[in-house]
Design a protein around this ligand. Sequence first.
Ligand code: ATP
Length: 237
Amino acid sequence: MHEPVLEARGLHSFYGDSHILHGVDFTLARGEAVGLMGRNGMGKSTLLKSLVGVVTPRRGEVVAFGRRTRGMKVHEIARLGISYVPEGRGIFANLSVRENLNMAARADADGRCDWTFERVLDVFPRLAERLGHGGQQLSGGEQQMLTIGRALMTNPQVLILDEATEGLAPLVAREIWRIIGVIRDTGIATILVDKNWRAVSDITDRNVILVKGRVVFEGSGGALRAQPELLSEHLGV
Ligand SMILES: Nc1ncnc2c1ncn2[C@@H]1O[C@H](COP(=O)(O)OP(=O)(O)OP(=O)(O)O)[C@@H](O)[C@H]1O
């Protein structure tokens, strides 16, 4: 296996007195795509937020690119090469598509700029046709594309997508899945959370199921499909 780029070791995270993560271990290797699954409220978003420093774990540690992140600020962790796209869309509604993309641009931690404006537009031909449009003029699917495009403009080594297809029509969601597949093929390590476990596991190398803040399964899409009882018990399908 490749070296880990992001790791959680024995994470315990809380909101006030609510104990949400109960000793979660999680690893993402360089270039790997991992699906994070589980029913509503099981702690998926909390794990993502703990990995990127939005939530500070009370116990355990997060290691990003070999560095312990405890005490680091959210933007400092991001600068190591992690782009986190939370639920909902992170664009500037009053700026154009072009401005939204250019604003996000930065080199990676080694000063490399593999993802240029042009390359991002190659992945999102739809955005290329709407460069002058304001964010608020875009459809939900286009806003999601712009959100992911902005994430790529930061030249991340790790891309974390929480519910990227939420609320999108099936055809639009399918286009987003195609794009996520293209991004994975470029070698960016990816963590995906999405209600559509089938679409997730078609793309990922490995999948992790969380139940009440604990990892109960880790395996390939094939292993997941071969255990329908897991799917019905933990994913409600
Ligand atoms: N800011 C918060 N303050 C208090 N409790 C929270 C907060 N955010 C989430 N929770 C609670 O923490 C638990 C885990 O939520 P989390 O969002 O991590 O789950 P999830 O698996 O991502 O599910 P969902 O798909 O519903 O977002 C839930 O019980 C939720 O109500």
